[in-house]
Design a protein around this ligand. Structure first.
Ligand SMILES: [Zn+2]
Length: 129
């Protein structure tokens, strides 16, 4: 890894709960109707300050997707995943977009969302159908 350039956002910011690195803006939220294993997850058009894990095929609630986990550049914790491609036609809108698990990030007002206990990530998604 080279030197990391951490981007500072302005506005209503979602940031890493552990290290407060800025991750996304509320205006970039596409949908709040997603779910991860622990509760809410939001779909964003854009996130910053993350690194991508390896792509893998994952069967989600809405079908087969190619996804990659995303990690905070500040502390390395997993914060969600990116949809690289969707196999179902009606899920194509997710491609290139990002999920941040709500319990992994602090909201614009500093609120923290605590899902059910446990810290496993990945696995499920959902849809706003
Ligand atoms: Zn972090």
């Amino acid at each position: 890894m080279g030197r990391l350039f951490v981007i500072t956002l302005e506005g209503r910011i979602y940031s890493c709960k552990h290290c407060q690195t800025h991750l996304a803006l509320s205006e970039d939220i596409e949908s709040k109707a997603f779910h991860c294993r622990h509760g809410k997850a939001y779909l964003y058009r854009k996130v910053v300050n993350v690194t991508l894990g390896e792509s893998e095929e994952r069967v989600m609630m809405t079908g087969l997707h190619t996804v990659a986990d995303i990690f905070c550049v500040g502390c390395g914790s997993i914060v969600g995943w990116k949809y690289e491609s969707a196999h179902e036609k009606n899920q194509k809108y997710k491609e290139g977009k990002f999920i941040l698990e709500r319990f992994k990030v602090s909201g614009p007002d500093g609120s923290n969302y605590w899902g059910s206990h446990g810290a496993q990530v990945g696995g499920s998604d959902a849809d706003d159908a």
